[in-house]
Design a protein. Sequence first.
Length: 391
Amino acid sequence: MQYLNRCVRVVLPLGIIFLNTSLTQQKTIEQIMREEQEALKQIQQETLDYQDQVAEDMRLYQERISQEYEAYEVEQRRQMEEMEKEILRKWEDFRTDTREENVEYSADRNSRSSVNYKDGSIEVEVVADAKDPRADEKAKAEIQKKLSDLAKREDTESQLKTSAGTKVSAANAESFAKETVKKQEIKATTYKARDGKERVKYSVKVTMAPNHVQIRAKQFKDEVEKQSKRFKIDPAIAMAVMHTESYFNPKARSHIPAYGLMQLVPKSGARDAYIHIYKKDRLLRANYLYQPPNNIELGCAYLSKNRYRYFGGIKDDEKAYLCTICAYNTGPGNVARALSGTTNLSKAITVANSHNTKWVHQKLQRDLPYKETKLYLLKVLKHRKMYQSRE
């Protein structure tokens, strides 16, 4: 009994100590869990704050780029207006680059050359003071030099022929120009310019080889095939789009303005394509888009984005390309509206998948909002036949 009492006296305090220790440990664990939960909440909040900040930074960045685009376009228009005023002081008319034609003026604005990539003609014009006794002589010398320089250019080389039928290249460009000035009639027109002086305009026009378009197409074929493979699109479609857009004029420029071989608009198509490829926004100026490798890369990427992101749900490749070609010209929203009466792409895809290719083609031809896009589709399909492989 005494032994039991002694055990109770020893065990009871130990139990109390153990109980107090357990309570202390339990309190510590609960406190740790609370602290961990608070830390987790803080991390989650910091993550949300960071994401919000990133989104805001991205919004501000895109807004800044958009402002840069607007400022760039304003500056381009200002420069064009200033150039037009300057040219019209000496010339009867003002000509500038278009989709089909490249126009260049000399630094002193006394001569200009134009290459029409659609009809295959090259024209050189020179203006001179009508009172200058050596005006004819000087004009002929300038025309000869300009013709020689044009014949050596990469985008026109081998597209001209001598009177003997030989292709004109850098090697015989000077003799070709001399022969042309000697044998071909040079037109002379007298007029009074806006600066009050009486001037004479001398001009000569030469015709390119009948297959001038195909000669230029070959220059870009390898790059188109490379980028088409990269972006998983039909190279014949890319070539046909390029043919339709610019007739393979690397300095093509439309009023929109759109630039280069595949006529990319800096603030829309070119911008979307660049983001699609490089996952970042950037102001793309004319000089960048005039470079054939840059233009072909972005043009093929933009075709690919339309084909796979916007119309990727269309099962049949031919129907998808009909939509892609139209979207390249007018945007996917207008294509969707033509097919389904709404800009909802999912509905448009469902409609396309529910009908055959002929029906989709006819539907687009009937209901696309712009005549330009309807004609554009027909032209691209026509040109595609020229670039499809013949095995």
